[in-house]
Design a protein around this ligand. Structure first.
Ligand code: ZN
Length: 390
């Protein structure tokens, strides 16, 4: 258990959502072990007595996330309600506790996957492995980031930004890392062989995560070779894809798809419609934020935009489509493939970005990075148009 606690503490740091030395992860086997000693461990240990869990994650987020989370907690006392897909699928909403105590943590984690304690940090848990706590923690950070920037743009549209928000926003923007422009080196040769395909997919997954274009648990990747689609398994970590890729024949001849990504049918349909051979899917933050920006004041679909939006919106030629996770009638398996076939990129509302490539993953990756960087520029251009300078 200790090595697993260490592993996910290191991943929180590697993904730059926690500073080195800050994550506290406890795991329960025969005994309760911690990744390191801390004077708060005694109080956190009591949480194991009140919940049926086997691991606990607690840390103050790195900046600018700590500032964002504390600001949102003061703005929305009690509960933060982001509207992105990670919240909808995993978190539902994010409770805010009023103090750092086992009692407050237990009360909130009984009904939700994570809890924010203002000024202290975020607590999450796992029932099987510390990986779950890591996923809920990083998802909480993602959702808060998206909400903080979405709310600000929406307030600018209404002309309702107050001085406190403006001050905190400027502080956060000043702490954002520079957008990445450099392109890593990709496998170009030998993509006709299965072992090279698997290696190229694992490599691309690591790049998408290390460039901050997705939190590792989310997103998916596929490669089409002949009539076979190689796709990452559902619930696999994009930066640890070795052994987690399923070959799925496109003729539906076998019972494949049990472990394959839940987006397999969307990927297959893209391959049927377009002469492309690879697909990347991530959750780049500004692409998600821009997909939720809307200038319609009174839209009857408000609140249901992710399913019902009928506006044909684009970001620089990249279409934004509604679509739920999965294969239902309003699923992205129906909305995404026709949208992405032409431009090679499409954003699913409040969810994430899909890109395609013909020869290898570099093309799809470059498209993903450029789209995200352009969305980030566009975000600040829109603010400027609305009279909000940085
Ligand atoms: Zn996704």
């Amino acid at each position: 258990m200790k090595p697993l606690c260490d592993k996910y503490a290191a991943k929180l740091v590697a993904q730059k959502i926690c500073d080195p030395g800050t994550p506290i992860i406890g795991g329960l086997d025969a005994d309760l072990v911690w990744n390191h000693d801390d004077d708060r461990n005694e109080e956190l240990a009591k949480v194991f007595e009140g919940l049926t869990i086997n691991s606990l994650v607690f840390a103050r987020p790195a900046e600018p996330y700590a500032t964002i989370v504390d600001f949102l907690a003061s703005r929305y006392p009690g509960t933060i309600r982001p509207e992105d897909t990670e919240t909808r699928t995993f978190l539902h909403d994010i409770p805010v506790a009023d103090e750092f105590s086992a009692e407050a943590i237990i009360k909130n984690l009984k009904r939700r996957k994570s809890v924010i304690i203002p000024g202290e940090g975020i607590v999450s848990y796992g029932t099987v492995t510390p990986e779950q706590g890591f996923v809920f923690y990083s998802s909480t950070i993602f959702s808060c980031f998206v909400l903080f920037f979405s709310d600000y743009l929406a307030a600018a549209r209404r002309g309702e930004i107050d001085d406190e928000y403006r001050t905190v926003f400027r502080k956060v923007v000043a702490m954002l890392p520079e957008p990445r422009q450099d392109i890593p080196s990709f496998i170009h040769e030998g993509l006709g062989k299965e072992d090279i395909i698997l290696e190229a997919m694992a490599e691309s997954g690591r790049y998408v995560v290390s460039y901050g274009l997705v939190d590792s648990f989310f997103g998916n990747i596929s490669y089409r070779h002949g009539n076979t689609v190689y796709i990452s398994q559902t619930g696999s970590s994009l930066d640890e894809l070795k052994g987690c890729i399923d070959p799925c024949p496109m003729d539906n001849s076998t019972t494949h798809g049990l472990t394959a990504s839940s987006e397999l049918s969307a990927h297959e349909d893209v391959y049927r419609r377009a002469d492309v051979n690879c697909i990347l899917h991530g959750h780049p933050k500004f692409s998600v934020i821009m997909s939720m920006d809307c200038d319609k004041v009174d839209c009857p679909n408000r609140g249901q935009c992710h399913i019902k939006c009928t506006e044909c919106r684009t970001v620089e030629g990249v279409p934004i489509v509604p679509g739920e996770v999965g294969t239902g009638p309003t699923g992205l398996c129906n909305t995404l493939p026709p949208a992405i076939a032409g431009p090679g990129a499409a954003i699913v509302h409040g969810h994430g970005l899909f890109t395609t490539g013909v020869a290898d993953f570099e093309e799809a990756f470059v498209r993903m990075l450029e789209t995200e960087n352009r969305c980030r520029e566009l975000y600040f251009e829109r603010l400027k148009e609305l009279g909000e300078s940085i």
